[in-house]
Write a protein of this length. Structure first.
Length: 164
């Protein structure tokens, strides 16, 4: 009988907790990582979470106001982080939230360049469907097609050839 009372009490406390503090805090607890909501820290957390494939944390940070197009000091974005690591669901979410498919890093590389170089076929397809430019060259002259060919990603090369 006592176990039932404690279970009920726990559920009651949880419901009050959810109603009072909101879902974003409970999502933070589920992802087991502290969220610092505000400015550049939040934006960096978004980029890190996208690279790690943490969908819950990315959703929480976006809801809290993180900038989907925020850049690191070298110009990388959450979209780059998700695409190079093959996090397709995150890539789609970031694209839906308005991530810029043609943003350039400080070296002039694009999301498409990164994804093509690493052979991320599904990411390349998603980026092209959203209007990624195929023939953009980085500051050192590298382009998505050249980098994918250099790394032996023939499936990616074929798609890029068809789109250029």
């Amino acid at each position: 009988m006592k176990t039932t009372s404690y279970t009920f009490l726990f559920l009651l406390v949880w419901v009050v907790f959810e109603a009072t503090l909101g879902a974003s805090l409970s999502l933070q607890l589920i992802s087991k990582a502290p969220l610092n909501l505000g400015g550049a820290e939040t934006d960096q957390q978004l980029i890190d979470a996208a690279g790690q494939g943490d969908l819950v944390k990315v959703q929480t940070l976006l809801t809290a106001g993180a900038n989907v197009n925020a850049k690191t000091k070298i110009g990388e974005t959450s979209l780059i982080a998700a695409s190079v690591n093959g996090h397709q669901e995150l890539l789609q979410l970031l694209l839906e939230k308005g991530a810029d498919v043609n943003v350039k890093t400080n070296d002039g590389e694009t999301v498409l360049t990164y994804a093509a170089e690493r052979g991320q076929l599904r990411a390349v397809q998603a980026l092209l469907a959203k209007g990624a430019k195929v023939n953009v060259k980085s500051n050192d002259g590298g382009a998505a097609m050249w980098l994918s060919a250099l790394n032996g990603h023939q499936d990616v090369v074929q798609i890029l050839l068809a789109m250029s």
